[in-house]
Design a protein around this ligand. Structure first.
Ligand code: SAM
Length: 287
């Protein structure tokens, strides 16, 4: 899995724990490389602030204030400490620097999504959906959610320029997801996904598709339970259909995924944030 997408494990754990959702922008091993990369990216943002977070027992390599100042002058826009529209976060780990953009729960499109026609008690929070999409797919890539429920993951992906579509076993969720997405102007699947239907009906244990990434909040719980056996069939069917995966689940998935042949399996316990779902597991089928 590309290092760009899978930021440092301990960092991700911490960030999930503190309820931050980040757009990873750039990373580098030295401050100079970070500044140079930022200059090449020509980032602009009005009313921004850069915060700093260190995840390491190592001493700071250079004073954070000096580095933040050097970064700030590379960003085209005004600094605003009082009312920033954008918060960047510089994270220093023992070996790398990561410049990320923090997305707050109140920032669009999430605020709008609260107004969708059909909510769902098992729906994923838009923050978690956005986090997972960010980690496995970038703008222009294709993504499928084969157990899409009310469509939160598909919505988050489309809002970020990821070409996404979804499907669900139950017709009632197919129609609700369609209505939810239609309320935000998403009516057709983007090109390259093998179907023009944005949401279709299908059993994830047998559907056929190919995408760069799969993100799914897997069925579990009283209403939508799947026995272990069925869950395994589902995970086996989709294992070869994408390169990168992010699964939300109620029980740990790492052993099952390793058994089926997924690679680079990393599991995060989300219980500090929410008990539903309890795990986020990232995996790849690239060796
Ligand atoms: C936890 S919910 C997903 C919630 C969704 N992420 C949302 O935000 O609304 C799981 C969904 O999986 C669907 N499902 C259950 N078994 C399935 C199967 N075999 N194939 C496809 N979808 C299935 C259920 O109908 C349910 O909508």
């Amino acid at each position: 899995m590309s290092a760009d997408r899978l930021i440092d494990h301990s960092l991700l754990n911490t960030l999930v724990g503190v309820r931050l959702v980040l757009d990873p922008l750039i990373h580098a091993s030295t401050p100079d490389e970070l500044i140079q990369t930022l200059r090449e990216r020509s980032l602009s943002s009005d009313a921004f602030v850069i915060n700093y977070h260190r995840i390491s027992h190592h001493p700071q390599r250079i004073p954070s204030r000096r580095l933040l100042g050097r970064l700030a002058v590379q960003i085209d826009g005004e600094i605003s400490f009082d009312r920033p529209h954008t918060r960047f976060l510089l994270v220093e780990t023992s070996s790398r620097y990561y410049l990320t953009r923090q997305i707050q729960g109140c920032s669009p499109p999430w605020a709008d999504y609260a107004q969708r026609p059909h909510a769902y008690s098992a729906a994923l929070s838009t923050e978690l959906a956005g986090l997972a999409v960010n980690l496995v797919a970038k703008r222009g890539e294709t993504l499928i959610d084969p157990t899409c429920g009310s469509g939160t993951i598909v919505y988050e992906a489309l809002s970020r320029g990821v070409r996404a579509r979804g499907s669900d076993l139950k017709w009632q969720w197919v129609t609700r997801a369609r209505e939810n997405l239609s309320a935000f102007g998403f009516n057709q699947a983007p090109a390259g996904l093998g179907s023009s239907l944005l949401i279709s009906q299908g059993d994830a244990r047998s559907i056929d598709f190919i995408a760069d990434a799969i993100v799914a909040n897997l069925p579990y719980g009283r209403q939508v339970s799947l026995s272990d056996h069925l869950l395994k069939d589902l995970l086996t069917n989709i294992a070869s259909r994408a390169s990168r995966f992010a699964f939300f689940s109620g029980t740990p998935l790492d052993l099952t995924l390793n058994e089926i042949g997924y690679h680079s399996v990393i599991s995060f316990n989300l219980t500090r944030q929410t008990s539903h779902p309890r795990y986020l597991t990232l995996a790849s089928n690239e060796r």
